[in-house]
Write a protein that binds this ligand. Structure first.
Ligand SMILES: Nc1nc2c(ncn2[C@@H]2O[C@H](COP(=O)(O)OP(=O)(O)OP(=O)(O)O)[C@@H](O)[C@H]2O)c(=O)[nH]1
Length: 215
């Protein structure tokens, strides 16, 4: 297989499946997003594998394995044992090893989603680990989050604002939150989602297809 050109314009030193990170605060809906993306990628004929990160359990991996949405063998768990960002940024070797192992067992895999454990607004992914990454926040976390200029919100390739269904209940003006987030990100992409009803999911799958898999 030839070396790929990464979405960041560099020639990827690695060959094989593209790796996409999913970060964001605790409970923002990262696992729910993955559960929605699995069928969306299946419908697009994309062969998928998943790495989840938890603090000291394999809770998220078990949840996805039990979902019946994907072959459970295609889901690997990393137990961070420390601040979640250490294993996605400072020393991502555990995650790289988990993704490499999935790739070796499933050579047909085209895309590996790597879900970080829930972390703070400063968490970012090492580009040694992923080719492209999303940051998931939710409207119930407060409409001021985009204004706080956290590196996760600013630096991610795609900002996902989830739980739009909760906006009326928490007094969030969605168009304003979207406009402020877009301004903070200098116009780089944002997708609003409601994982309860699978709204916004197709837009994310299409974005990954074009930006990461070049389809
Ligand atoms: N109302 C609503 N609830 C949602 C939505 N997405 C996720 N949830 C709920 O929010 C809670 C947290 O979702 P998870 O997917 O577990 O969040 P997470 O980011 O993976 O959480 P950690 O892995 O603990 O950081 C669950 O109770 C979900 O059912 C949404 O779009 N709307």
């Amino acid at each position: 297989m030839d070396a790929r050109l990464s979405p960041h314009g560099k020639t990827a030193s690695r060959v094989g499946a593209a790796r996409v990170g999913i970060g964001g605060p605790v409970g923002s809906g990262k696992t729910a997003l993955i559960e929605r993306l699995i069928p969306a990628f299946a419908a697009r004929g994309v062969s998928l594998a998943i790495v989840t990160n938890d603090l000291v359990t394999a809770e998220d991996a078990e949840r996805i394995r039990r979902s019946g949405l994907i072959d459970p063998a295609r889901v690997a768990a990393v137990e961070a044992g420390a601040c979640p960002h250490t294993v996605i940024r400072e020393d991502p070797t555990l995650n790289i090893a988990a993704a490499d192992e999935l790739e070796a067992r499933f050579p047909d895999a085209e895309l590996i989603l790597i879900e970080s454990g829930g972390d703070n607004l400063a968490s970012t992914f090492s580009l040694d680990l992923v080719d492209w990454w999303m940051f998931v926040i939710d409207v119930a976390g407060g409409d001021d989050i985009p204004r706080k200029n956290g590196p996760g919100v600013l630096k991610c390739d795609l900002l996902v604002v989830n739980k739009t269904d909760l906006a009326p209940y928490v007094g969030v003006d969605l168009p304003r939150m979207e406009a402020e987030a877009t301004a903070a990100r200098g116009g780089r992409p944002i997708v609003l989602t409601n994982c309860r009803k699978a709204e916004g999911i197709e837009a994310i799958a299409d974005k990954i297809l074009s930006a990461v898999l070049f389809r």
